[in-house]
Design a protein around this ligand. Structure first.
Ligand code: ADP
Length: 459
């Protein structure tokens, strides 16, 4: 989203800049101009703020250059063996602090009217603005409420916030502190990435123990759907496919991708409905439900190819299922961008049985690529997939299948209805056409964010 939304905002007329930690790969990738060297509460030495311009898309980036925090192996968040860095609270406090400093004029040549913060890593920025009584309003976007940036109470002393911010009316959270809660409490407006998820997180079932605060902020909270980046996800120009296709050539394009999948996963011949899944293997994604439903899916005449990684037990379970159903089920454990495109193109339907889903991207790709999504009716899945039923099939709005129960039986009910429609090829093709022509570009999202910024700037 951080790669795609800013160019769409710029296109819509906003002057937008990103603030990111100065990870080595970013510092190496761009020509940099020094903007400022700031004294911060987090280091003896000054921290350099460098400005880079992303050449392809023309959006400028401020990089917070502090090698002691950001020049490390592993992912941006974790150690090479998957653990948390012991000073993550300081690493991401600096990010929020620097963003708040930029919002207050740390760059003498550019000053924003709005600070828009994403997820817990940026959650302290609104708190620093509040602590400084700064006039710049802030927006805080929750991409996934399950990741809360929780730290023990002892971490508070490292954050350079006023003592009274460590409070239930502040960043205190169940005896510790939460960067996510800081964002939810101090930002002027809150958004999440779909309207349904914005409603769901105000309830105990989805609220991850913070629904109480979200209910008190209901008037400040709204949902704006993510878009799809058409340069990466368009079957018409996707260089990762054996044969590109549009709506009219979908049959041939999808057959070519399917043939490659069949070779790669040694699938048996035949025109059974081929389901695909590209996903983290986690509880959130309902992959245990899929594993339990797999014998039923195969018995209903379906095949499955799945690409994913995550939970060790699920990885082992899917590998065992692939052996038990050789020729019908193909599994690849790992992360593979190219294979993910091939699966979305070559599958007839994509399974997304998530227990909760803030927005979800795979179902959006699937729609574009004519793989009908079979989804649990939750979050962004509920907002983007139109269930096929008598009414939506008749009025031509159907684009996939949605089921309610987060159980193997619930998932199988969706699979069963997909199998029934598969029996009527003309009807299937009509739904596929409708799915492929739905518009999920970033323009609509950019318009809604701009409207929100305008409202705030005018307030
Ligand atoms: P989440 O961010 O919760 O994992 P989303 O559906 O919003 O779920 O986005 C996940 C993205 O990661 C999608 O673009 C999906 O295709 C991709 N993805 C997930 N797992 C893999 C994998 N094993 N290999 C390649 N891409 C993957």
């Amino acid at each position: 989203m951080i790669a795609a939304l800013p160019p769409a905002l710029a296109e819509a007329g906003a002057d937008v800049r990103l603030v990111l930690p100065g990870f080595t790969a970013l510092l190496d990738a761009f020509a940099l101009n020094d903007i400022a060297r700031l004294r911060t509460p987090f280091a003896e030495e000054r921290v350099r703020i460098a400005l880079a311009r992303a050449p392809e898309r023309g959006v400028a980036l401020y990089l917070v250059d502090h090698p002691a925090f950001y020049d490390r192996p592993g992912t941006p968040y974790q150690t090479p063996d998957g653990g948390e860095w012991g000073d993550n609270h300081r690493r991401f406090a600096l990010l929020g602090w620097a963003a708040a400093a930029l919002a207050q004029g740390a760059d003498p040549n550019w000053r924003p009217q709005i600070l828009h913060c994403h997820d817990w890593h940026a959650g302290l920025a609104p708190a620093y603005l509040r602590a400084a009584n700064a006039a710049v309003p802030s927006v805080f976007t929750v991409h996934n409420l399950a990741y809360q940036g929780f730290f023990p109470a002892g971490a508070f002393g490292d954050l350079a916030l006023p003592a009274n911010f460590f409070s239930i009316n502040g960043i205190e959270y169940y005896g510790g502190l939460s960067f996510l809660k800081a964002g939810l409490y101090y930002a002027d407006r809150l958004t999440t990435v779909s309207p349904t998820y914005a409603r769901e997180i105000q309830t105990p079932d989805f609220g991850m123990n913070i629904d109480g605060l979200l209910r008190t902020r209901a008037n400040a909270l709204s949902g704006i759907l993510n878009g799809v980046d058409p340069d990466i996800w368009s079957p018409e120009k996707d260089a990762l496919l054996p044969r590109r296709y549009g709506v009219a050539s979908a049959g041939r394009g999808k057959s070519a991708a399917r043939a490659e999948l069949a070779r790669r996963f040694a699938l048996a011949g035949g025109d059974e409905l081929l389901y695909g899944a590209v996903t983290r293997l986690t509880w959130q994604k309902g992959m245990d439900l899929l594993l339990a439903a797999l014998p039923g899916l195969v018995a209903a005449g379906g095949k499955l190819v799945l690409l994913g990684s995550g939970d060790g037990g699920l990885e082992a379970g899917f590998n065992a299922a692939a052996q038990a159903h050789a020729g019908q089920v193909g599994i690849e454990i790992g992360y593979d961008e190219a294979l993910s495109h091939l699966i979305v193109a070559g599958s007839d339907a994509i399974l997304v049985p998530s227990r909760f889903e803030p927005c979800g991207l795979t179902q959006l790709y699937a729609l574009r690529y004519g793989a009908l999504p079979v989804v649990r009716r939750t979050g962004g899945l509920a907002d983007t997939v139109v269930d096929s039923n008598a009414v939506t099939l008749a009025d031509g709005s159907a684009t996939g299948f949605a089921f309610d129960d987060g159980t193997p039986e619930g998932l199988l009910s969706g699979v069963q209805r997909a199998a029934e429609l598969w029996g009527d090829k003309a009807a299937w093709r009509r739904v596929m056409r409708q799915a492929m022509t739905r518009d999920f570009g970033w323009e609509a999202a950019a318009r809604q964010y701009l409207a929100l910024y305008d409202e705030l700037a005018a307030a």
